[in-house]
Ligand binder design. Structure first.
Ligand SMILES: Cc1cc2nc3c(=O)[nH]c(=O)nc-3n(C[C@H](O)[C@H](O)[C@H](O)COP(=O)(O)O)c2cc1C
Length: 178
C-alpha cells in the first residue's frame, strides 16, 4: 500500500467533481482543495496529486491550471479523474487521453466518473449551449449518436445525478500501487 501523502485538487461547476473529490477524501484520507485554492496547499509535501475536473465540450475544466502545477512538480506521481454526463465510453476516453497526454501531462493516467445533468440549474449560457447542441442532434439519426450525445438527449429535461463510488475503484486501486 502506498503510504505517501496524496492531494486531491478539483474544479467543479455543478458539483459532481467536488463530490468525487470528497469521496476520495473519505477513501484515501487525503487532503482536498479547489484547484483555485491550490496555493494554500504546500504542494511539495505531497507524493501524489489527483486532479478531478468536469468535462465541458470535450475538454476538462481546470486542466491548464493543473498542467502548470505539474510543470512545477516535475515527474511526480499524478492522475486525472474527468467527470462527464456520458456513460463510460472507452473510445472517448482513449481519444481524450491522446489529446491531453502532452508535455507535463504525458503518461499521466486518466480515469472517469459519471457526473450530473440538470438543465434547470445550469447557467443561462450553458443552458443555451446545450439547447443548441440538442437542436443539432435532433436532426441526426439517433442510431448514429455517440454515447455522450445519446446520454444528453435522454437526460433532456431531467435532473440526473449519476455520481457513484463504484467509478472510483480503478483510481483508488492505482493510488495504492507503489
Ligand atoms: C455546456 C456543457 C458542456 C458539456 N459537455 C460535455 C461533454 O462534452 N461530455 C460529457 O460527457 N459531458 C459534458 N457535459 C456534462 C458535464 O460534464 C457534467 O455536468 C459534469 O457533472 C460536470 O462536472 P461538474 O459537475 O464537476 O461541474 C457538459 C455540460 C455542460 C453544461
Amino acid at each position: 500500500m502506498n503510504s505517501g501523502k496524496i492531494l486531491v485538487l478539483y474544479k467543479s461547476k455543478y458539483g459532481a467533481s467536488k463530490k468525487y473529490a470528497l469521496m476520495l477524501k473519505e477513501e484515501l484520507s487525503c487532503d482536498v482543495y479547489r484547484i483555485e485554492d491550490s496555493k494554500q496547499a504546500e504542494l511539495k509535501k505531497y507524493d501524489c496529486i489527483i486532479f478531478v475536473g468536469g468535462i465541458y465540450a470535450g475538454g476538462i475544466a481546470g486542466l491548464n491550471h493543473f498542467r502548470k502545477i505539474q510543470k512545477e512538480r516535475q515527474n511526480t506521481k499524478a492522475a486525472i479523474l474527468c467527470v462527464g454526463a456520458s456513460p463510460y465510453d472507452k473510445k472517448a476516453m482513449d481519444e481524450m487521453t491522446k489529446r491531453i497526454s502532452t508535455g507535463e501531462l504525458r503518461n499521466i493516467p486518466l480515469f472517469y466518473g459519471r457526473g450530473v445533468w440538470d438543465e434547470s440549474k445550469m447557467s443561462f449560457k450553458d443552458r443555451t449551449l446545450c439547447g443548441m447542441l440538442k437542436k443539432a442532434l435532433s436532426k441526426q439519426d439517433p442510431d448514429t449518436y455517440e454515447p455522450w450525445a445519446k446520454a444528453l438527449m435522454e437526460a433532456s429535461g431531467q435532473s440526473c445525478d449519476w455520481t457513484d463510488k463504484e467509478y472510483l475503484k480503478p483510481l483508488i486501486a492505482w493510488s495504492r500501487e507503489s
